[in-house]
Design a protein around this ligand. Structure first.
Ligand code: ATP
Ligand code: MN
Length: 474
C-alpha cells in the first residue's frame, strides 16, 4: 500500500473496464435481492463511490462486516453506472476489511446528525459529508492564500506564538507560565486533618520561565511590521489566541489569522490589496472547490454561489466612517444599537450597509481614533485614523486593517493615551527611530473567511478542533 495509489476521486475519471482498488470508509450499505450496494468515501472528493457487490462474489461472513463506519478496500472493475448522479461505479470482486465498526456502538450511524451532536464527536466528524467538505475547502483556501502572496513577492514570516506584548491592549490574553499556583499547607490548627487550612502561593513573574509575564499572541502584526521594514512585503498565517469570554458563533479562543504587512504602502494600497486578495482567494475556491461548494449551496446556504460570484465580480464600494454614519442615521431603520458619530459599528449596522444600502462589499475608512488601536496612523484632523474595515454581505466585518503610525512622537503619545506603558514596545518604537517607512497591513480571520465561503453558521464547524470557553476537548 502506497500513498501514490488511486483515490476515489481518480476512479471517477477512469474508463469502464479499468481494474481498480477502492480504499475508504463505508458510509452506508444496503442489500436488496442478493445484491449489496456500498457508498464508499475516502475523503478525496465530495462524491461517494458506489460499489456493487453481486450475490456470492464476496463470502457472506466477510460482507457482513462492511457496515457503516467500517474501513475497507474493494477490488473490482469500473463499470458504467445505470444509476443517476454518477457516471461510473465499482463492480466488486474482492473485499478486505481493515477495521470493523460495531453498528450498535458506532456513533455516526444516521445521516443528518446535528452539528451540535457532531461537535461532541469531533474526532469522527471528518467522515461526514459536511465536515469533509469544510476541511477540503479549508485546505484549498490555505493553499490559495499562500499562492496569492507568494506570487506577488510576499515573504511568509512565522511570528512567535509566545509574546510579552499585548498588541491590541485589549486584555484578552492567555498567560503562559510554568508557575502554577500551589496550595501551601498552613501550620497550626487542624494540621494533618481534612480541615487543615491552605494558602495559595505563587511565585513572582521574575522567577517565572521568561522572567516576566508572557502570553499567547493575539496578533502577529507588530512582529510582522518589523519584518516588513526590511523585507518590504511579508505575511503571516498562523494560530492566534484570544480569551474571548463570551460564547458566540463567530469567536474562538484559538483561531488562525492571515496578516500581510507592506512597506511603502498607504491606506489606498492596503485597500487595493485587501480587495484583490478576497477576490483571488474566493475565485480559486469557486474554481477548484466547485463540488464541495455545490453541496454548501444546496444544503447550507441557498444564495452562496450567487453571493460569492458577486463578490468576485463587483468592485468594492469605499466610504469613510463619517459618510457611513450619515447613511445609517438617515436610514429610518430602528437599530438595536443607536447610531451616532463616535460609536463602534455593530454587525447589524455593517450588514445594513453592505446588504441593504450598497448591495456589495464595502470598505469603510477613517474611523474615530478612540475606537481603534494605537498603531493606526492619525489623520490631520486629529480625530480619525487611517483604518479600513472590509464589510461583506451576510457576515459584516471580514478584514480589519490600517496604515500604521510611522511617526515616533505621535506613536508614543498614542500608546500612552491608550493607557499602555512604552517599555514593552521599545523594539516597536525603534522601527520609528531607525529607517521608519510608511507602511500598512491588515488582518483576516481564516475561520471567518471559511464561514463566509461555506455558509456554515457556527465558527466551531470550520476548524478541526474548536477551543471556546469551557471546552478544549480532544
Ligand atoms: P470582533 O469585533 O469580531 O471580535 P475584532 O475587532 O476583535 O473582531 P481584530 O482584532 O480586528 O478583530 O482581528 C482581526 C480579524 O481576526 C477579525 O477581522 C476577525 O476576522 C478575526 N477574529 C478576531 N477575533 C476572533 C475570534 N475570537 N475568533 C475567530 N476570529 C477572530
Ligand atoms: Mn474581538
Amino acid at each position: 500500500m502506497d500513498y501514490r495509489r488511486q483515490y476515489i476521486r481518480d476512479l471517477f475519471a477512469s474508463k469502464a473496464g479499468t481494474q481498480a482498488s477502492a480504499y475508504g470508509w463505508v458510509k452506508t450499505r444496503r442489500d436488496s435481492k442478493g445484491v449489496s450496494f456500498v457508498q464508499l468515501s475516502d475523503g478525496s472528493c465530495f462524491q461517494d463511490l458506489q460499489v456493487v457487490i453481486e450475490a456470492n462474489v464476496v463470502p457472506e461472513e466477510l460482507l457482513k462486516k462492511a457496515t457503516t463506519g467500517a474501513c475497507v478496500c474493494f477490488e473490482g472493475e469500473i463499470v458504467e453506472s445505470p444509476a443517476a448522479g454518477q457516471a461510473v461505479e465499482l463492480k466488486a470482486k474482492a473485499l478486505t476489511v481493515f477495521g470493523e465498526a460495531d453498528p450498535n456502538q458506532y456513533p455516526l450511524q444516521k445521516k443528518g446528525a446535528s452539528f451540535e451532536f457532531l461537535r461532541e464527536i469531533a474526532h469522527l466528524r471528518a467522515r461526514g459529508n459536511t465536515f469533509g467538505a469544510v476541511m477540503r475547502i479549508r485546505s484549498l483556501a490555505a493553499h490559495a492564500v499562500h499562492t496569492f502572496f507568494q506570487s506577488r513577492g510576499f515573504h511568509y514570516i512565522q511570528t512567535p506564538i509566545i509574546t510579552a506584548s499585548d498588541c491590541e491592549g485589549a486584555g484578552e490574553m492567555f498567560s503562559v507560565t510554568t508557575n502554577l499556583e500551589v496550595n501551601e499547607p498552613l501550620e497550626g490548627e487542624h494540621q494533618g486533618t481534612r480541615m487543615q487550612a491552605y494558602r495559595l502561593k505563587s511565585v513572582s513573574p521574575k522567577e517565572d520561565f521568561f522572567g516576566k509575564p508572557a502570553y499567547l499572541t493575539v496578533s502577529g502584526q507588530l512582529e510582522a511590521e518589523t519584518f516588513a521594514l526590511g523585507l518590504t512585503n511579508v505575511y503571516t498565517f498562523g494560530p492566534t489566541f484570544r480569551a474571548e469570554n463570551s460564547s458566540t458563533s463567530r469567536h474562538l479562543a484559538e483561531f488562525w489569522m492571515i496578516e500581510p504587512e507592506m512597506a511603502f504602502c498607504d491606506l489606498e494600497g492596503d485597500m487595493n490589496l485587501a480587495e484583490e486578495f478576497l477576490k483571488a482567494v474566493i475565485g480559486d475556491i469557486l474554481e477548484f472547490g466547485a463540488a464541495d461548494l455545490g453541496f454548501f449551496n444546496q444544503r447550507i446556504e441557498p444564495e452562496l454561489l450567487k453571493t460569492l460570484e458577486h463578490v468576485v465580480e463587483s468592485p468594492f464600494e469605499r466610504l469613510t466612517y463619517t459618510e457611513a454614519i450619515k447613511l445609517l442615521e438617515s436610514s429610518q431603520v430602528s437599530f438595536e444599537y443607536p447610531v451616532s458619530w463616535g460609536v463602534d459599528l455593530q454587525s447589524e449596522h455593517e450588514r445594513w450597509l453592505t446588504e441593504v444600502k450598497i448591495g456589495r462589499p464595502v470598505i469603510l475608512t477613517d474611523y474615530p481614533a478612540e475606537i481603534k488601536a494605537f498603531y493606526m496612523r492619525m489623520n490631520q484632523d486629529g480625530k480619525t485614523v487611517r483604518a479600513m474595515d472590509v464589510l461583506a454581505p451576510r457576515i459584516g466585518e471580514i478584514i480589519g486593517g490600517s496604515q500604521r503610525e510611522e511617526r515616533l512622537e505621535v506613536l508614543e503619545e498614542r500608546i500612552k493615551s491608550a493607557g499602555l506603558s512604552l517599555d514593552p514596545y521599545w523594539w516597536y518604537l525603534d522601527l520609528r527611530r531607525f529607517g521608519s517607512a510608511p507602511h500598512s497591513g491588515f488582518g483576516l480571520g481564516f475561520e471567518r473567511l471559511l464561514m463566509y465561503v461555506t455558509g456554515m453558521k457556527n465558527i466551531r464547524d470550520v476548524i478541526p478542533y474548536f477551543r471556546v470557553p469551557g471546552s478544549a476537548d480532544f
